[in-house]
Design a protein around this ligand. Sequence first.
Ligand SMILES: Cc1ncc(COP(=O)(O)O)c(C=O)c1O
Length: 437
Amino acid sequence: MSKPNNLEPLWMPFTPNKAFKKDPRIIVGAKDMHFISDDNRQILDGTAGLWCVNAGHGRKKIQEAVTKQIEELDYSPPFQFGHPKQFELANRLTEIFPEGMGHVFLSNSGSEAVDSALKIALAYQRSRGHAAKTRLIGRERGYHGVGFGGISVGGMVKNRMYFGTMLAGVDHLRHTHNLELNAFSKGQPQHGADLANDLERLVQLHDASTIAAVIVEPVAGSTGVLPPPVGYLQRLRELCTKHDILLIFDEVISAFGRLGKSTASDYFGVIPDMITCAKGLTNATIPMGATVVQDFIYESMMEHSDAPIELFHGYTYSGHPVACAAALATLDIYKEEGLFENAAKQSPVIEEAAHSLKGTKNVIDIRNMGLIAAIEMAPSSAGVGVRGFQVMKKAWDMGLMVRANGDTLAFSPPLIVKENHIDEMFTKVKQAIEQVD
Ligand SMILES: Cc1ncc(COP(=O)(O)O)c(C=O)c1O
């Protein structure tokens, strides 16, 4: 028998279940820049949900597109059959992704986009006769979702330590976070480009002939927002090219306007061989992920495959018609409303507002990049992450959603954000920080 209002049966993801169920935070509605809580309070969305509701909440155009699509074609199988919108979407994506990235593999989440990219990297290397190139390189503190591929190349200890040995043949570059040299940098930190040379170290150790791909987030998000040091991504690109290693940018949070451009690759002027994306692709209305690849990867697979099906990989919901309809409507909104341009316009505003908290109790670093800002606090004596969690809860009580990654508070508001929202975000978070020991 169902038990209404019983929170117990649901096992919540990435949530302290026992604590949550004693003191829940329940969201019942959302519109534009705000959530509505079950006690009918307006909560300013400082995080675009989970870095994903880039066009703001409750967008009519997406609702209408989704409703119409369900009426017209609710589902069609993606293996051996096609429907028009998935081809239209792939075309639209290749228009806004960097030149040469002309092919798109569709999935349902960031984790799946990453696993697809890793598998494509291995299959591609094999297709061109480099079957020994099987090693995958990630980076410490990286987040690439929760599939076994993603946690293997990822570098966040709690996401890895409970799950055995994961994929074999994976190694990691060092992370770029350096509080001694770079604390309170505005935008890209000055120090650390040389950390890309870590790839040379791994090549010395394993030999390039065994390495298939390197995957990094151009701006690391979930680990607490780490913008790349000046010159770092360029150097990584050079080294990957030099050693014939594929470079994958995981743009699950940075694609679709977060830095004021379609992609972080465009923003930094560094073109990888594959880009993974999800989240803002559909404004989070319907789950969807995508792996966008350079033409030479696709062409090699088409030309050299030893089977009629060139890639033995796919999901029941790859290119789901309803997700495609949501994505197409979302891309229209971004374009019609100039939301990437608004993100670029608001970037200096969020930078200034965030850095105005320098000197606030317990704050040890402030970082920002595009429409992202982060405030790192020293851990309290109660343990790492306790202070971050308490500030997040306090902010919720004050009507603000902020994300706590350990003791780092991250802001990534919808791209429709205005100056008054940014002002409110940082006024409230300052008060919340000051009220927590
Ligand atoms: C860079 C990056 N990759 C992958 C993922 C995983 O995406 P999903 O939760 O949709 O599987 C995330 C999610 O935050 C992410 O930030």
